[in-house]
Design a binder for this molecule. Structure first.
Ligand code: ASP
Length: 441
């Protein structure tokens, strides 16, 4: 018998009917021994997430204002869930304690308040499933630097949890070095799920959400893109960096180190296999195929040109030195013999562009330096892709046919990724053209 850890996101637990689906899923497989719930999310587009309401309570409390009205919404939400599930659980004392705590700890930041959404929901899920409730504060620890204290955390897991029991560990929080509640950043229940997976030595980390895994392209850009069956951690990193989001960034590390695959599944469509995220791709037949396409807008390219740049020692350092002095980080730096382009997110350059250009003129004495704004970057990611003959030509052919002017190409040193820069107005046309040529329709 194996061990599966199942993390359920906010929409999977938004109300009693969703939570019943969770029970059906967990009951369907005896390996599903550990459950990591989020707080109740949105029931419909205009709804409020419980976590957002809790942050709001904290905002009020911090300013010494009453927050009874907002807290009432939270109270009612949980009472409704308990009533609709028909379970024998009374959380009213617990809810009162939470309310007092939010006011009492308001000066210490929002973490205590925010964490209570998962803390309360975990007790409901545990009761419904008949699983033990383990407070995440007893097993997940942060060090003084604010990062996970691996040693303390995994020691606590081995002391407090045995692999053959069944338990619910609420997501999103743990205990800081002073013994106080601390949360991960938003969406952090994904990270808890990964830590629990590693802590109990799971065979699979199932991450249940409201989509059937990762898609090969953004469905707002490409009509009905295909789902990705399998993706490596590195590919996932490249795609999520470029805008595809499915898993919290930090969730990858604990499972990756322990070699535990992550399976992204859909609570509303449990029959779909979802996407498997694995350490290394299995079949060599996969090599050279496209895994996904993702992109981001709002970049500026600073293009610097100088004859004999290649022979001038320190030129690149001086250009980058200007950026460093202004506290600007850059994304990519494709270069030619006499040219060098630095691609920078617009948010980094906010109000600094003119000074940066002026200082590059002064410090580097280039033949020309210009800023090209309104750029979008598109990454086409796939195993061994940039080493597969024909891949680049397909990609560039597709863009040429669609009449898209390529402003920049960066194949980098990674074998996984070809990044092109296009005018933001060409973004959708470009993604659709690449998708239909490289993936097919
Ligand atoms: N409830 C938290 C949030 O909304 C954490 C999570 O759901 O992962 O960010």
């Amino acid at each position: 018998m194996g061990i599966k850890v199942c993390k359920f996101g906010g929409t999977s637990l938004a109300d009693a009917s969703q939570i019943k689906k969770v029970k059906t899923i967990v009951d369907a497989d005896p390996d599903r021994k550990f459950v990591v719930p989020s707080a109740p999310g949105k029931r419909h587009a205009d709804d409020q997430k419980v976590t957002d309401l809790l942050y709001l309570c904290h905002e009020h409390a911090k300013q010494g204002l009453a927050f009874d009205e907002v807290f009432k919404l939270i109270h009612q939400r949980y009472e409704q869930i308990i009533e609709d599930l028909g379970i024998d659980l009374d959380l009213s004392d617990e809810l009162d304690r939470v309310k007092v705590g939010i006011a009492k700890y308001a000066d210490r930041g929002a973490d205590y308040a925010a964490s209570r959404g998962e803390f309360l929901n975990g007790q409901i899920v545990a009761k419904l499933l008949g699983y033990r409730f383990i407070d995440a504060a007893e097993v997940i620890f942060f060090g003084e630097n604010g990062r996970l204290d691996n040693q303390r955390t995994y020691e606590a897991f081995s002391q407090k949890i045995s692999g053959d029991e069944r338990a619910v560990v609420p997501g999103f929080y743990g205990t800081d070095h002073e013994g106080f509640v601390k949360t991960f950043s938003r969406g952090g229940s994904d990270v808890t799920g990964a830590i629990v997976s590693r802590g109990v030595g799971a065979d699979v980390y199932e991450n249940w959400t409201d989509v059937s895994g990762l898609l090969m392209a953004d469905p707002r850009v490409v009509d009905h893109p295909k789902a990705i069956d399998m993706i490596t951690y590195r590919e996932l990193r490249e795609l999520s960096y470029m805008g595809a989001s499915v898993l919290h960034d930090e969730a990858v590390f604990p499972v990756r180190e322990a070699g535990i695959p992550v399976n992204i599944r859909n609570t509303n469509k449990p029959e779909a296999a979802g996407t498997m995220i694995v350490a290394t791709a299995k079949a060599s037949s996969d090599m050279g195929s496209i895994t996904g396409i993702a992109g981001r807008k709002d970049f500026t390219v600073i293009a610097v040109e100088k004859a004999m740049m290649n022979a001038e020692i320190g030129f690149g350092r001086r250009v980058l030195g200007v950026l460093e002095r202004h506290g600007v980080s850059f994304e990519h730096m494709p270069s030619g013999i006499d040219t060098m382009s630095v691609v920078i997110a617009d948010t980094e350059l906010d109000g600094k562009l003119n000074d940066v250009l002026k200082e590059i003129e002064e410090d580097c004495d280039p033949d020309s330096v210009e800023a090209i704004d309104g750029m979008a970057l598109i990454a086409t990611v796939g195993r061994g892709m940039s080493h597969t003959p024909g891949m680049a030509s397909k990609l560039f052919g597709a863009l040429a046919e669609a009449g898209v002017n390529i402003r920049m190409i960066d194949q980098g040193s990674s074998e996984l990724n070809i990044i092109v820069g296009v005018q933001a107005s060409d973004f959708k046309t470009a993604v659709r053209a690449i998708y239909s040529r490289t993936v097919g329709v």
